[in-house]
Design a protein around this ligand. Structure first.
Ligand code: NAD
Length: 434
């Protein structure tokens, strides 16, 4: 199968590389010529574990290439995937479809022979029909179908998620398109991963419903954590206790500083907006969005309390700035609200992150980047554990405490325990929900 992948971001690049590993011929396209030049030179522009090797292997096998010539890639392809960004539109919370529609116009002009145009980007209800109209209008002679194939991979574990998915969702309007999609995913089908074939609108809704549900699960736990702090329960024990119930499940129950990242904030906002447009307010989703903001604000209060009520003149070491471990993605990361608030309050902030510096340099002006946690903690008044990278999971707490002017820690990921921190010499240890 010959595939063109439009957009080489976190989703497009991983999908393109993995499809080529399935044995398909894949051309990855991006309008960002600098990105394409790096990819052609064998460089991976994002940090995603395992991606560089898998990409090199498939390029060497002649199944994977990169270009900024969309027309040439599309003309050759039997399936064209749209994997461009759908960020929140300024002002109203809607998903911004500018990139999807621009790509659709470009694809329309280049189609040759029967082609399935597949939307992998997360898009609101009705978008696939809109893509179909745009293509049919700008190229009435085109022989094509559209398909919706939302992506569920998680950054940081993207290759494994793509190769061993919980499920693949495919929305189509007819058997012809369904057969092309089945051929593309045949390697997974042979290994018994569930492939759900449905209509376009259900596929579009599945993606939003899944992300809103996960955001709700996290936020519910964060709310329980706030109450745990007031009544003396330990949210980690509570999470274990409820997670053993198969109806609840033990995943996604970690209390923390509120959800962020490239998907949950924008997808909950878009779902809420879709509800409003249909005079059907999504009350739970809207509440989740509001509570998540409150959770973030509560984290700042924790930090302020640990600094005796004021950040002014304090030196604070922040461990981890990416929105989660194993990615360099900073979109909607908690660090983007917490760090500026610390600096705004008069603190000197030092940060450490195994992969975040390239992205974070411009996003976090005024911080000092350090190579390791111990250097960052030198003469500091507070250490804040913000992203649970493996590098921060087994710190020598004694050595860390010894470096500090005031050995205090706020652990927003509940990696350590008050007991261990006190034993190591920390005078203050604050977690979440404990
Ligand atoms: P991204 O911003 O990392 O990448 C988008 C890429 O598309 C950019 O490189 C951009 O230059 C390129 N692009 C835009 N318009 C183009 C055009 N007309 N022609 C060629 N290239 C073009 O985005 P992402 O994080 O990969 O997300 C893509 C989509 O996948 C979004 O809808 C997102 O919601 C969805 N999604 C993301 C994740 C995730 O974890 N990042 C997971 C599941 C779904």
């Amino acid at each position: 199968m010959r595939i063109a992948m439009i957009g080489t971001g976190y989703v497009g690049l991983v999908s393109g590389v993995c499809f080529s590993d399935f044995g398909h011929d894949v051309v990855c396209v991006d309008k960002d010529a600098a990105k394409i030049a790096r990819l052609q030179a064998g460089e991976v522009p994002i940090y995603e574990p395992g991606l560089e090797d898998l990409m090199a292997r498939n390029v060497a096998a002649g199944r994977l290439s990169f270009t900024d010539d969309l027309a040439a890639a599309v003309a050759e392809a039997e399936a064209v995937f749209i994997a461009v960004g759908t960020p929140t539109r300024r002002g109203d919370g809607h998903a911004d479809l500018t990139y999807v529609m621009a790509a659709s116009e470009e694809i329309a002009a280049a189609l040759q022979g029967y082609t399935v145009v597949v939307t992998k980007s997360t898009v609101p209800l009705g978008t696939n029909r809109q893509v179909k109209q745009v293509i049919a209008k700008s190229n009435p002679a085109a022989d094509f179908d559209v398909a919706s194939n939302p992506e569920f991979l998680r950054e940081g574990a993207a290759i494994d998620d793509f190769m061993r998915p919980d499920r693949v969702v495919v929305g189509v309007q007819n058997d012809r398109a369904a057969e092309v999609m089945a051929e593309i995913y045949r390697p997974l089908y042979l290994r018994d991963f569930p492939i759900l074939t449905t209509d376009l609108e259900s596929a579009e809704m599945i993606k939003y419903a899944a992300n809103a549900f996960l955001a709700t699960k996290i936020t519910f736990m964060n709310e329980i954590a706030g109450l745990c702090e007031r009544v003396g329960s330990d949210v980690k024990e509570v999470a274990r206790g409820i997670g053993l119930d198969g109806r609840i499940g033990n995943k996604f129950l970690h209390a923390g500083p509120g959800y962020g990242g490239s998907c949950f904030p924008k997808d909950t906002a878009a779902l809420a907006r879709i509800g409003q447009d249909h005079a059907y307010p999504m009350q739970i989703t809207e509440t989740v969005m509001r509570v998540n903001q409150e959770v973030k604000a509560r984290m700042l209060e924790k930090l302020r309390d640990a600094c005796d009520g004021s950040f002014n003149g304090k030196t604070i070491a922040v461990l981890g700035v990416t929105f989660k471990p194993n990615t360099d993605d900073m979109r909607e990361a908690p660090s983007l609200t917490i760090v500026p608030a610390l600096i705004g309050g008069g603190a000197r902030v030092r940060v450490v992150d195994p992969q975040g510096e390239a992205e974070g340099r411009d996003l976090l002006p005024g911080v000092r980047w350090e190579e390791d946690p111990y250097k960052a903690a030198r003469n500091a008044d507070l250490v804040v554990l913000l992203t649970e990278w493996n590098e921060f999971r087994a710190l020598d707490l004694k050595a860390l405490a010894r470096k500090m002017a005031q050995p205090r820690m706020v652990d927003l990921r509940n990696i350590y325990t008050a007991k261990a921190a006190k034993r190591a010499g920390f005078e203050t240890y604050v977690g979440v929900g404990r």
